[in-house]
Ligand binder design. Structure first.
Ligand SMILES: [Zn+2]
Length: 169
């Protein structure tokens, strides 16, 4: 049972606390999250909060599972295929030098993939993105740019996955 449903107290070995990603998915479903990009069969796609890497997206597994290896293999593969589709969309929208894909979950153990575009002009381009100080990487885009980017990403995802439901701006 995932921590957000366990209700186990002290000594249970599992900390019961709400899952931030499940909460985010609920906001996407309710139309209450400005950085929502698309709903795919196995995931929700949002713009991440580190737009120093313009076009950075996060692919949130539709279902709360703590580890990829705890997912049925078909579900894990389908989520990976959707992550690759997001990678294509980010590449199309931003023409990066390189994409970085990461599945970490140290802060929120609900399976999610980070998709970061890396650019030639980044002096730290050889380093993992997390090496850049948080205050530098966690910047927001100008609103019209953010909307245009979400629209481009959404239409590229619709082209690849016909059942994708994308943000209406
Ligand atoms: Zn969750």
């Amino acid at each position: 049972m995932p921590p957000h449903e366990s209700g186990e107290g002290a000594g249970g070995g599992v900390t019961a606390r709400p899952c931030g990603i499940c909460a985010l998915i609920e906001r996407c479903r309710a139309g209450d999250f400005a950085d929502f990009v698309a709903e795919l069969p196995h995931s929700f796609v949002i713009l991440g909060d580190a737009q120093f890497y313009r076009g950075y997206c996060v692919v949130l597994a539709r279902r709360h599972v703590n580890e990829i290896h705890l997912m049925p293999a078909d579900e894990a593969r389908a989520l990976f295929d959707e992550t690759v589709a997001v990678g294509r969309a980010v590449a199309f929208a931003t023409r990066p030098l390189k994409l970085n894909y990461e599945c970490l979950g140290n802060l929120e153990p609900h399976v999610h993939w980070h998709v970061f575009p890396r650019v030639e002009t980044d002096a730290m381009r050889a380093a993992p993105i997390w090496m850049r100080p948080e205050a530098e990487r966690k910047v927001a885009l100008e609103d019209s740019d953010r909307r245009a980017l979400i629209q481009t990403l959404g239409s590229e995802l619709r082209r690849q996955i016909s059942s994708a439901s994308v943000a209406v701006l």
